[in-house]
Design a protein around this ligand. Structure first.
Ligand SMILES: *Cc1c(COP(=O)(O)O)cnc(C)c1O
Length: 361
């Protein structure tokens, strides 16, 4: 018997299931399974990353000052209270590592993002899942789920994979009701899709128990670069910076993100296109008997009669080269999460679902 054993909790982690990218034997495949921006990154970000490639023999800046400055200017945030990570996933991991350990509880909702559970277990803490109300974050359930052991409460607002969001008043009520010693984490991965939304900034400025995470992986189209950030009270960010590796973010990611955040015209273009084709697709599917909740993100959660129909439709779509996401692992066995692609992709999805419903082969 080996005496080399991992820390408690580690073996309870189920490996993260990413969105598929290929279908055997099918060409003209479009990947709608990972909520990626169909238009890709801003051309300015691509140029900046190409330019940065020539500097790849240099270590990156360890304080990320230029990127934090740019984010601060564009989003009106204090650069001193921004921390950059290899995706917002890394910020989530830092939060769990710093604020939750054995005996502590990390709360999230039944259709919450997979990384909350994974990072809680990795830190040795106990993940606790509470109910949502018809696929919407339920503040009462979260408050009722809190104990004196609760150290972190994660909500994505808007949420993945439901696409729904709760109001600022509801988020404030949650922050107000948390036990002392618990930190509220607002995951803003899809915040930029909501026009004029501050992702919780005002709440963070007014309190000491709220942080937010943001990413360049979604509307900025830089998922492959691995870059995101956190924002919160100085005292919290100081803690997170102690566990952050000095070179956690690459030269290219820093350059790409800085150019991307400054290219607000491109961001606006992506947001508007997404909103247009999101409503078009949601209405087209609803007319075919496939409803979805009003989405505030770059995907819709299409609901089928039952698990068998969702699986059959998924298989049918794959045969047409359309890869969507099964979300049974998020307690949503009857649904498929479909990323909003460009116009052509949305039209292909609507046509394929119609053919599926019509019983075509
Ligand atoms: C995609 C996503 C993230 C982003 O992860 P990155 O590590 O920044 O790529 C974070 N939270 C939610 C809810 C997401 O859907």
């Amino acid at each position: 018997m080996t005496k080399i054993v991992p820390q408690p909790g580690i073996m309870e982690i189920a490996l993260y299931q990413g969105g598929a990218a290929h279908v055997a034997g099918v060409t003209n495949v479009v990947k709608l399974s990972s909520n990626e921006n169909p238009f890709g990154p801003s051309p300015r970000a691509v140029q900046a990353m190409q330019d940065a490639a020539a500097q790849m023999h240099r270590y990156p800046s360890s304080d990320h000052a230029a990127l934090r400055q740019a984010i601060g200017e564009v989003h009106d945030l204090d650069p001193e209270r921004i921390i950059c990570g290899a995706g917002s996933d890394e910020i989530i991991a830092f939060l769990c590592q710093c604020f939750a350990g054995p005996g502590d509880e990390v709360l999230y909702t039944e259709h919450g993002f997979a990384m909350y559970r994974i990072s809680a277990l990795a830190a040795g803490a106990t993940p606790v899942e509470v109910k949502e109300r018809e696929r919407v974050t339920d503040v009462d359930a979260l408050l009722a789920g809190c104990t004196e052991r609760t150290k972190l409460v994660f909500i994505a607002n808007p949420n993945n994979p439901t696409g729904t969001m709760i109001s600022e008043a509801e988020v404030t009520r949650l922050a107000d009701g948390l036990p002392e010693g618990a930190l509220l984490v607002l995951d803003g991965a899809y915040a930029e899709y909501v026009d004029g939304f501050d992702a919780g900034k005002a709440l963070i400025e007014a309190r000491d128990n709220v942080v937010m995470t943001r990413t360049f992986s979604k509307i900025y189209g830089l998922g492959g670069a691995r870059i995101g950030y956190g924002y919160g009270p100085k005292a919290i960010v100081d803690v997170l910076n102690r566990v952050r590796g000095p070179f956690n973010v690459s030269v290219t990611a820093l350059a790409g993100a800085e150019a991307a955040v400054r290219d607000t015209d491109y961001l606006d273009y992506c947001r508007v296109e997404n909103a247009k084709w999101r409503s078009w697709l949601a209405e087209a599917l609803a007319a075919l008997g496939v409803p979805s909740d009003t989405s505030c993100t770059n995907f819709i959660l299409a609901r089928f009669a039952d698990q068998a129909e969702a699986e059959a439709c998924d298989t049918f779509l794959q045969g047409r080269g359309l890869i969507t996401r099964r979300v049974a692992g998020y307690n949503l066995p009857n649904a498929l999460r479909i990323t909003i692609g460009d116009e052509e992709a949305c039209r292909r999805v609507a046509q394929a679902v119609k053919d599926f419903k019509d019983g075509a082969q």
